[in-house]
Design a protein around this ligand. Structure first.
Ligand code: MG
Length: 266
């Protein structure tokens, strides 16, 4: 099942995407539905190409993972952490699948990171790795937009990863039953039509199950939490010379079995 949030005369509504149609659902937002809210149909289908999609949910917590692909760690000229390293990304950074991402004046090194994002469906505390995937509601796509200069100079990444619009998300959440193994998915990112990232989620150093289990030892995972699971190689900083984003650029991220998001930089 594909679950989206769309604007109906300016009001966000939850919908189930079937083919080229969206069927409105009763729950007021996707986090409420994940918590067991009303998933009943609540109106006639609407053509998908006539609705404006927002981010499928406003995450309860939004976490990123530092250098979870070996080739990305190498291009950043850093070690890959032996244990997962997670950071908080401000939920106010979340924006729709088509952005746009606003290039703030505070950075000269705006960069993209195409990532598989995991949406938690059940409360998870001290979860064993073997049971961790049972706590996943579904999967979506996030661009973990980053300001590399701030990331290098500031110990906390509230700005480097959390500026407004630094988390385009969507286009929908695909429920976990459709993706029993989140590690067999091709993930690609294009900038202005040029393929920059072409990886597989099978190359993650720390699996989705490990990330959920490891973090749940310290922090309760709640329904509606989102973990952006790290990015494969091919970010702008990895090029010599680096190729950072400028206003006018377009970023497209596609992941097998989910779909694609595409946003401009303005
Ligand atoms: Mg990232």
């Amino acid at each position: 099942m594909r679950l989206c949030t769309f604007l109906d005369a300016g009001t966000p509504r939850v919908g189930r995407v079937e083919g080229d149609q969206v069927i409105p659902l009763a729950a007021p937002d996707l986090v409420t539905l994940i918590r067991g809210g009303d998933a009943g149909e609540a109106g006639p289908p609407v053509p998908l190409n006539r609705v404006s999609l927002t981010a499928p949910l406003r995450p309860v917590k939004l976490l990123g993972v530092v250098r979870n692909y070996a080739l990305h760690a190498a291009e950043m000229r850093e070690e890959a952490p032996a244990d997962p390293q997670l950071f908080s990304k401000l939920v106010t950074a979340v924006t729709g699948p088509d952005g746009p991402v606003v290039h703030p004046d505070v950075t000269d090194q705006l960069d993209y990171e195409g990532e598989l994002a995991v949406v938690i469906g059940r409360t998870a505390k001290d979860v064993d790795e073997a049971d961790a995937l049972d706590h996943v509601f579904g999967y979506t796509i996030v661009d973990d937009v980053s300001a590399r200069d701030l990331q290098a100079t500031e110990r906390q990444w509230a700005r480097a990863k959390g500026c407004d619009t630094f988390a385009p998300m969507g286009p929908w959440v695909v429920t976990a039953d459709e993706i029993p193994d989140p590690h067999g998915l091709r993930i690609r990112t294009w900038v202005n039509g040029e393929l920059r990232q072409d990886g597989s989620t099978g190359d993650m150093l720390h699996s989705v199950a490990k990330l959920i289990s490891w973090f749940s030892r310290a922090v309760t995972r709640e329904p509606g939490d989102v973990i952006a699971t790290g990015t494969p190689a091919g970010v702008g900083k990895g090029f010599d010379p680096p190729r950072f984003l400028r206003p006018g650029d377009t970023v497209r991220i596609a992941i097998d079995a989910i779909g694609a998001i595409e946003h401009a930089v303005v």
